[in-house]
Design a protein around this ligand. Structure first.
Ligand code: FES
Length: 232
């Protein structure tokens, strides 16, 4: 195996941090196909070339489930202890890349499943404050104003979301500077997503909607992926 940075998982994190007795079994990482991130021309994306503070989108772990890839432009927190809505504890282990500034999350809002479609996106990473966005550098869902801190495992910092966005597990291969998506950690919303948007997804993707990503995932700028962004 090549030397590479790899997100380490702490299966015993709840015990290590004295989690409350009522907490259910830990949320375990879910591993899917290992998919290399590439740019729209098919060229492998290098971690050092991921532009800082831009909304980048790729589809993982399914062909219809969008994720944010973000270079925060500063190191993410080394770790964050988080809870799913059903009280399962997990430890998010920070960013990857030379500065540990690169993170990825499911772009399906943990409240009512708003997500970036090809037509419109209510959810995006925002570096600026605004009237409704009093905290800078958050992922803000303008549907009902849930806000998530991408530097802390997408912890909920405001709004009605009952849990963080599910983290996408990234591998960074130091020699090649390549990035791979390998799985998820936290409260996945994919089953609810497929149930809620079944009709739309089948119109847009046919049977491919639930096909798992494999091989490569194309990373797009959100502006190129989506016709209109709602900014609140
Ligand atoms: S769907 Fe995102 S805040 Fe309600």
């Amino acid at each position: 195996m090549q030397r590479r940075e790899f997100i380490q998982f702490c299966a015993a994190s709840a015990a290590a941090t004295g989690a409350p007795a009522a907490v259910a079994a830990d949320a375990r990482p879910q591993f899917y196909s290992r998919a290399r991130l590439v740019d729209p021309s098919g060229t492998p994306l290098r971690a050092s070339a991921v532009p800082p503070q831009r909304n980048l989108i790729f589809l993982y772990p399914y062909a219809s489930t969008p994720c944010f890839l973000l270079n925060l432009g500063r190191p993410a927190k080394e770790s964050a202890q988080l809870l799913t809505a059903d009280k399962r504890s997990y430890r998010w282990q920070g960013g990857v890349g030379a500065r540990r500034s690169i993170v990825a999350y499911s772009a399906i809002c943990a409240h009512q499943l708003a997500y970036p479609t090809r037509e419109i996106s209510f959810i995006s990473y925002r570096t600026e404050k605004s009237a409704r966005n009093r905290i800078a550098n958050v992922i803000h869902c303008c549907a009902e104003h849930s806000q998530y801190d991408p530097a802390e495992g997408a912890r909920v910092v405001a709004g009605p979301a009952p849990q963080p966005l599910a983290a996408i597990l990234l591998e960074h291969e130091a020699e090649s500077d390549a990035l791979y998506a390998v799985g998820t950690l936290g409260g996945e919303m994919f089953n609810k997503f497929f149930a809620k948007y079944s009709f739309r997804l089948s119109l847009e993707n046919g049977e491919a909607a639930r096909r798992q990503a494999a091989g490569t995932c194309v990373v797009h700028e959100l502006e190129d992926y989506c016709r209109q962004q709602v900014k609140c």
